[in-house]
Design a protein around this ligand. Sequence first.
Ligand SMILES: *[C@@H]1O[C@H](CO)[C@@H](O)[C@H](O)[C@H]1NC(C)=O
Ligand SMILES: *[C@@H]1O[C@H](CO)[C@@H](O)[C@H](O)[C@H]1NC(C)=O
Ligand SMILES: *[C@@H]1O[C@H](CO)[C@@H](O)[C@H](O)[C@H]1NC(C)=O
Ligand SMILES: *[C@@H]1O[C@H](CO)[C@@H](O)[C@H](O)[C@H]1NC(C)=O
Ligand SMILES: *[C@@H]1O[C@H](CO)[C@@H](O)[C@H](O)[C@H]1NC(C)=O
Ligand SMILES: *[C@@H]1O[C@H](CO)[C@@H](O)[C@H](O)[C@H]1NC(C)=O
Ligand SMILES: *[C@@H]1O[C@H](CO)[C@@H](O)[C@H](O)[C@H]1NC(C)=O
Ligand SMILES: *[C@@H]1O[C@H](CO)[C@@H](O)[C@H](O)[C@H]1NC(C)=O
Ligand SMILES: *[C@@H]1O[C@H](CO)[C@@H](O)[C@H](O)[C@H]1NC(C)=O
Ligand SMILES: *[C@@H]1O[C@H](CO)[C@@H](O)[C@H](O)[C@H]1NC(C)=O
Ligand SMILES: *[C@@H]1O[C@H](CO)[C@@H](O)[C@H](O)[C@H]1NC(C)=O
Length: 773
Amino acid sequence: MKLFLLIIIIFIYLFSTSQAQSPRSNYNIAPGSTLYTNSSPNFWPSPSGHFAFGFYTSGNGFKVGIWLVDGSNRTNKTIVWTARREDPVVSSGAALQFSVDGSRVLLRNSNGEVQSIAEPTQSSAVAASMLDSGNFVLYDSSSRIVWASFDRPTDTLLVGQKLSQNTALRSSTSLTNQSVGNFELWMEPWGSLTAFPKISIPVTKYAYWSSFTDSAAGQNVTLNLGGDGRLYLENSTGYTVKNLTEGGLSVNRTNLYRATLDVDGIFRLYQHQVGTNGSLSSKIVWAAINEEDRCQVKGTCGLNSYCSLRGSGTACLCPPGFIYNDQQRPQDGCKLNFSTGDDCLEDQGSNSYNISHLENIYWEPDEYDLINHIPHEETCSNACLGDCNCVVAKYKDPVCYKHKLPLGFGMKNDSSGIKSLVKVRIGGFPKGGDRIVNKKTGKDFVIIGVFLTAFSLIVFLSALYLFYAHQIWSYKVTSRGASPPDVVEEINMRSFSYEQLVLATKNFEEEIGRGGSGRVYKGSINGGKEVAVKKLIKMVEEGESEFRNEIKIIGRTHHKNLVQLNGSLANLLFTSEQRPSWNERRRIALEIAKGIHYLHDECETRIIHCDIKPQNILMDESWTAKISDFGLSKLLKPDQTRTYTILRGTRGYRAPEWHSNNSPITVKSDVYSFGVMLLEIVCCRKNMDETLRDQEVVLIDWAYHCYEAGEVQNLVIEEDHVDMEELEKMVKIGLWCVETEFSLRPTMKQVILMMEGFVATPPPPSPYSSIRG
Ligand SMILES: *[C@@H]1O[C@H](CO)[C@@H](O)[C@H](O)[C@H]1NC(C)=O
Ligand SMILES: *[C@@H]1O[C@H](CO)[C@@H](O)[C@H](O)[C@H]1NC(C)=O
Ligand SMILES: *[C@@H]1O[C@H](CO)[C@@H](O)[C@H](O)[C@H]1NC(C)=O
Ligand SMILES: *[C@@H]1O[C@H](CO)[C@@H](O)[C@H](O)[C@H]1NC(C)=O
Ligand SMILES: *[C@@H]1O[C@H](CO)[C@@H](O)[C@H](O)[C@H]1NC(C)=O
Ligand SMILES: *[C@@H]1O[C@H](CO)[C@@H](O)[C@H](O)[C@H]1NC(C)=O
Ligand SMILES: *[C@@H]1O[C@H](CO)[C@@H](O)[C@H](O)[C@H]1NC(C)=O
Ligand SMILES: *[C@@H]1O[C@H](CO)[C@@H](O)[C@H](O)[C@H]1NC(C)=O
Ligand SMILES: *[C@@H]1O[C@H](CO)[C@@H](O)[C@H](O)[C@H]1NC(C)=O
Ligand SMILES: *[C@@H]1O[C@H](CO)[C@@H](O)[C@H](O)[C@H]1NC(C)=O
Ligand SMILES: *[C@@H]1O[C@H](CO)[C@@H](O)[C@H](O)[C@H]1NC(C)=O
């Protein structure tokens, strides 16, 4: 027994010395050594012959890398490392040289262009070696390793290699193309190993696999692969935090192990066996995700599509009413088969859409609205049909989730019991016909907003303007008496008959605005006074109460930044040719902050607006911002600071507490929406912009990323001549406002003080801090 142990120890000793410090002279590569793409061989082998470093063919050229050698078929290379993954292939005639002065290993293209492959930072190297472990190393004169391919992992971890914190394995594009593909496996600084699709900034909600070792992991946790096939996480004192695989597999010189984040995003451990004739076989000994669950890998299919198992692979399919972005590349996602308006699906209403059912298919996790206690699927369908933002509703008894475009991470799960209700357009493409719901009941009403600045065009997305109420009284327009009496009583509202409004708007000819609850038309009354008429096209009960709310609030609220005219801030920021200058952006942001502050703190009745977004900020001719659309507002009694309410607001601008059943809605919910909008104003882009590069799609994430990296300049374009210090301050304020925990968000008053520079703006917390754990 003792003898046996001794032998093992000696064996391990020999093995480790041969592998590490002292270079084995036979296999040393001397400075000046050169390989050519067409020379034979065009690689440097390891002593065992199982690994090689050199040129391998890729596409119509060559890449430099390390591979597992199949002794019975030399063209069958299992690539474990690639230099300069993202570079194009080099053509025939290129040379790989360990420079004569030992300063680096370089690649000389056939056109003479030179690139570094390996370059020690400290001292020059005197020898290079392809080790049996699969590590290509450079040694200095005292035989210390000064450069190692093991320190720069690509998609594969080999025995003895460590994946250290804040580094990642990145999957390859395909088996024959080693450039970076769609997935990343991160060794996170807090000790967990987590897989994400590359399209997202790593946020927990997009993770599709994790080692779940966040908490007690300790510091500097690394991922390691042992010689017996044990894949484990270890902290810096050598303590095993978690075994991903138990190991104990056979250890001998004909067995090789590798762990690879495969092209399909699944992290797998492979065992390779070298046969007597040198042939190489391979076997999967462990996979992070079971084969039957491979659709769980988020990012397998692009936006608006869903993943379904097909044979040994996956298929990306479009929901009804959608077509592929690119017929040739289904994995790139789908788009609607009809155009949508800016904000909402065109011509919303239950008459132009029908619901198509998809069993066991769902998208996650970004629903914008969630309704609890829904007893029937049909109620959920109707909720989606009645909401122009809704594209798909997901129903799982008793909860109805509403989704807006884009739909992310769709998948089929036969045991999920989830129904997806997809809104599909009936027939062709109606050209914006107008419809008033419930016309027969006589309940339909259209109320006119009158503004008395004689020549300016008024866009009243909401309705009546009581700032000028005394002037409205002077109109002698007969009422049909159909308007809600309490509204009339409270605010002396003038009402008009439907016929009068048809006349005034020339049968709703010119549409000038559109909101969640209705459309706004231009009209004229009393010899040319221009007015805006809002038509409510939602279900009447809901629309009516919303509308009354709005009227009452406006009636009691007086502030110069609270009326609206002349196009919205959204137009100015997102569609206008002429972007507002930096100073204008600052001014607009400050005005809006003051308007919200007034609602929150200075009104007689405190008001939570509930739907702060650029579409609801209207601009007058001098670009003064006016907050509008009080349709969703929540009134607070003076001594009340929080309220529980049904879900309201617009996706993207809505604070996380809206999704939680037991968190109250407070003024801080508006602060969140303001924060999102502040970032939009200073960066002059939408919160969600799918046309941008992957990591820039979601503005909050991107802003935090830039802030943290000290690169806020990347948030704006150079021609904007933005004051970077000011920008950073605004970004910090915005990030504070979108803090997940509402109690940590500043009040609007604090926001204004920070914006005006009266108080300093502390560094914001990570917007993920509370979700990432
Ligand atoms: C590998 O894929 C990338 C894009 O993913 C592409 O740009 C490159 O040309 C491909 N290389 C080869 C050799 O096919
Ligand atoms: C050798 O491997 C290559 C690449 O895997 C394969 O295309 C080829 O058919 C193999 N040749 C033989 C003789 O097995
Ligand atoms: C590693 O884990 C062990 C056991 O939990 C612990 O005692 C040790 O302090 C940890 N080391 C570090 C550096 O966190
Ligand atoms: C963790 O690693 C960093 C550098 O990577 C080092 O500065 C630090 O001392 C390490 N911490 C521990 C506990 O080993
Ligand atoms: C991990 O596996 C090794 C070898 O099988 C074993 O000694 C160790 O106790 C295991 N550690 C944990 C945390 O499971
Ligand atoms: C190495 O281990 C494998 C089992 O995985 C065994 O089949 C093979 O015979 C062993 N080879 C030697 C040389 O012991
Ligand atoms: C090498 O041996 C394996 C079995 O170990 C056999 O399947 C394979 O056909 C052999 N290949 C050649 C080229 O002889
Ligand atoms: C190529 O090598 C792998 C081992 O990495 C082996 O599984 C596969 O069968 C080989 N393919 C051919 C065609 O020889
Ligand atoms: C897309 O719309 C066109 C025109 O209405 C129709 O002919 C076609 O069948 C639709 N395709 C799908 C996949 O719905
Ligand atoms: C709407 O869908 C239902 C089934 O989901 C179907 O019975 C009905 O005929 C459809 N209506 C129209 C107008 O297509
Ligand atoms: C499918 O749904 C079931 C039930 O909700 C769940 O337990 C399972 O984890 C899901 N499978 C996948 C691959 O998401």
